[in-house]
Ligand binder design. Structure first.
Ligand SMILES: Cc1ncc(COP(=O)(O)OP(=O)(O)O)c(N)n1
Ligand SMILES: Cc1ncsc1CCOP(=O)(O)O
Ligand SMILES: [Mg+2]
Length: 201
């Protein structure tokens, strides 16, 4: 399976309505702390926009709702994975991406036979407090060897100036939140990401 090199992560369907029509082909809906009815309607809206624009939607955390809403790809962290019914996800035909932050997590992730592995944080991130130090670019190369032939996603503190390094170290996809959502011009920055990642597509 091939992943688009530009992997946008946002926290609402409104962001997806705003940015996916610009040409984003891979987006994660990462919503935290909302009631289930909101989650369901956000996922439904996001799914509609992505279907209309040929964009792959990946639902973070809420794998049961993703199944019920007819989505086809979920992302889980290690704590999520420990509580998830991976067989149910597979039986429903969904693909699965998994987070990793250290060797032990990589072992756990590979044992679950995911469709991609994410490594982070590559650089410091302001999105959330993390108990891992930034991995650095060399760790991407190490993960590349271990994860092959699965796609490898790099995440954490990425911006358009850091793409060259991420792809030179053989990540397949660069995931981003705040460089776009906290930018003064999110649409302009999204276009920049699309243009700058085009050579790795
Ligand atoms: C592509 C990608 N990589 C890592 C994460 C983080 O997932 P997780 O560790 O479960 O943390 P939360 O995002 O749920 O806070 C991700 N969402 N996407
Ligand atoms: C969810 C997550 N997992 C590892 S780093 C990270 C945050 C990425 O956000 P940003 O691109 O703003 O650093
Ligand atoms: Mg999670």
């Amino acid at each position: 399976m091939k992943l688009d090199p530009f992997y946008l992560i946002v926290d609402s369907a409104a962001w997806i309505e705003r940015l996916v029509p610009l040409g984003v082909k891979l987006v994660q809906l990462r919503i935290k702390d909302r009631p289930e009815s909101d989650l369901r309607s956000e996922i439904r809206r996001a799914r509609g926009v992505c279907a209309a624009h040929g964009c792959q939607l990946i639902v973070n955390d809420y794998w049961q709702i993703a199944i019920e809403e007819g989505c086809d790809f979920v992302h889980l962290g290690q704590e999520d994975l420990a509580e998830a019914d991976v067989a149910a996800i597979r039986t429903a035909g969904l693909k699965l991406g998994l987070s990793t932050h250290d060797e032990a997590e990589l072992e756990t992730a590979l044992a679950a036979k995911p469709d991609y592995v994410a490594l982070g944080p590559i650089y410091p991130t302001i999105l959330k407090t993390m108990r891992w130090q930034p991995q650095g670019l060399s760790r991407i190369s190490a993960w590349r060897q271990r994860v092959r032939p699965l796609p490898l996603v790099a995440i954490g503190g990425l911006n358009t100036d850091r793409l060259e390094g991420v792809f030179a170290h053989r990540a397949d996809s660069a995931a981003v939140v705040t460089d776009i959502t906290m930018n003064a011009d999110p649409e302009g920055r999204t276009r920049e990401w699309i243009e700058k990642t085009a050579r790795w597509r």
